[in-house]
Design a protein around this ligand. Structure first.
Ligand code: ATP
Length: 218
């Protein structure tokens, strides 16, 4: 199977498709490491716990279809997904709130094969400002505009307490950030041209706990 003309503008890919493309690539990289050159949609589906129809639909959206006989070419597909979801020269990221979660995220990211690099962090705690933690310098919030412009940082990750969420999001937007990943349980507001992803771990855990409880009730 070959790469076709891309059927829809990549800008209009559904958010969930983007998420799954990232997951497919991670799974495909493992397959490549294990020497697998081709893969069928139902194999990807099994790894991701979704249907083969969903996989085929996502890959058709990016203009890729497999052959019936051999399936998808693993390395071709990795490159194609990369050309769609990766930023050409990489994107710089800042973390606001160098508490336990902020530091854990930096440690988790460091050394991972990624075009995203955490270049700066911000905090209000004077004991943290001016220090370098896990290789990332920590600055005062007051220096945010200057550092974000100087370092060409495009994404802000928020790991501050919920009470600080709204003001921190506002500051990030003012500083020219184009995307925010909000780890606080407090929803924030951003203008249309800023992409916002909210990930509230407490809600996710409560959802899991709810289903565990339901199973016990049955
Ligand atoms: P620690 O004990 O190291 O402070 P923690 O995980 O208990 O860690 P939290 O209270 O969750 O800390 O706060 C997370 C981080 O956010 C802390 O480093 C805190 O200093 C910082 N912080 C709090 N308010 C703000 C704010 N308005 N702007 C930026 N950072 C903030």
């Amino acid at each position: 199977m070959e790469k076709d003309d891309k059927p829809i503008s990549m800008k209009h890919l559904p958010h969930k498709t983007i998420e799954r493309l990232s997951q497919y690539r991670r799974a495909l990289l493992i397959c490549l490491d294990q020497g697998q050159t081709h893969i069928y949609s139902h194999e990807i589906a099994k790894i991701q716990h979704i249907t083969a129809v969903q996989v085929r639909r996502d890959l058709m959206l990016i203009g890729y279809t497999g052959t019936l006989r051999k399936g998808y070419n693993v390395s071709e597909l990795i490159d194609l997904i990369g050309s769609i979801i990766d930023a050409g020269e990489g994107i710089r990221v800042a973390i606001v709130g160098m508490g336990n979660l902020g530091r854990a995220l930096i440690n988790y990211f460091s050394g991972k094969r990624s075009r995203l690099s955490i270049s700066a962090s911000f905090d209000t705690n004077p004991d943290k400002i001016g220090r370098t933690m896990s290789g990332v310098p920590c600055y005062s919030l007051e220096d945010m505009n200057e550092i974000i412009a100087r370092e060409n940082i495009k994404i802000g990750i928020m790991t501050v307490p919920a009470a600080a969420a709204l003001t921190v999001a506002e500051k990030l937007v003012q500083a020219g950030i184009k995307g925010i990943l909000n780890y606080t349980p407090k929803p924030v507001y951003v203008p249309k041209d800023v992409y916002l992803e909210e990930y509230d771990m407490i809600t996710s855990l409560e959802k899991v706990a709810f289903y565990v409880k339901m199973q016990e009730v049955d």
